[in-house]
Design a binder for this molecule. Structure first.
Ligand SMILES: CC(C)(COP(=O)(O)OP(=O)(O)OC[C@H]1O[C@@H](n2cnc3c(N)ncnc32)[C@H](O)[C@@H]1OP(=O)(O)O)[C@@H](O)C(=O)NCCC(=O)NCCS
Length: 160
């Protein structure tokens, strides 16, 4: 990765979906289809999806639903060649900012595989803590932690 790459976070558009679905397939055993992303962008008023672009290419994405006073992160993924550069953290902070900007939301939850160390470390570094465990949450029978960040306000400033 070039150190002087141009990196931006912006709202996902339908034009981004093929690239997003491609990353999704590289990252997950049971990936969302392109149609699932199109449906979210076109028909779900609670949904907010962001992409992170690096020199104009979609390198990462994340999405959530804003429901009453809580945000639920549905997915976040960084393409394999772009990991370890701070993009996952940057996207999570951007989701927190959008939740606060659009709905005054400061509480965010998500599910994560109990074995997904990179994701667990990322979330813990942003103030998430495991508050429960869902047995057999994933199609392969693996468990998920239910994690919460109960106050995102401390993470809303910097690297937009
Ligand atoms: C989890 C994921 C989004 C992290 O994205 P990333 O851009 O590589 O992470 P960042 O560079 O922003 O790292 C942020 C923090 O995450 C943690 N982290 C990232 N990669 C890690 C690794 N391989 N091992 C341990 N901790 C790791 C660290 O705490 C890191 O902070 P540090 O660099 O100050 O130590 C990325 O690995 C990914 O897309 N994985 C596949 C999809 C996935 O599992 N998504 C989450 C589903 S719940």
């Amino acid at each position: 990765m070039a150190q002087n790459a141009s990196v931006f976070v912006r709202a996902m558009t339908p034009d981004d979906v093929p690239a997003v679905a491609d990353i999704e397939r590289q990252c997950f055993d049971s990936p969302w289809s392109a149609d699932a992303f199109y449906a979210e962008l076109g028909g779900n008023r609670c949904a907010r999806y962001l992409v992170l672009t690096c020199d104009g290419r979609v390198a990462a994405y994340g999405g959530m639903w804003l429901i009453l006073d809580q945000a639920h992160v549905n997915n976040i993924a960084v393409a394999p060649g772009y990991r370890g550069c701070g993009y996952g953290r940057r996207l999570m902070k951007a989701l927190m900012r959008v939740a606060y900007r659009d709905a005054g939301i400061t509480e965010i939850t998500l599910e994560v595989r109990t074995t997904n160390t990179p994701a667990l470390r990322l979330y813990e570094s942003l103030g998430f803590a495991a508050e429960g465990r869902r047995k057999n949450y994933y199609e392969d029978g693996a468990d998920a932690y239910i994690m919460w960040c109960r106050d995102t306000l401390g993470h809303l400033i910097d690297d937009a």
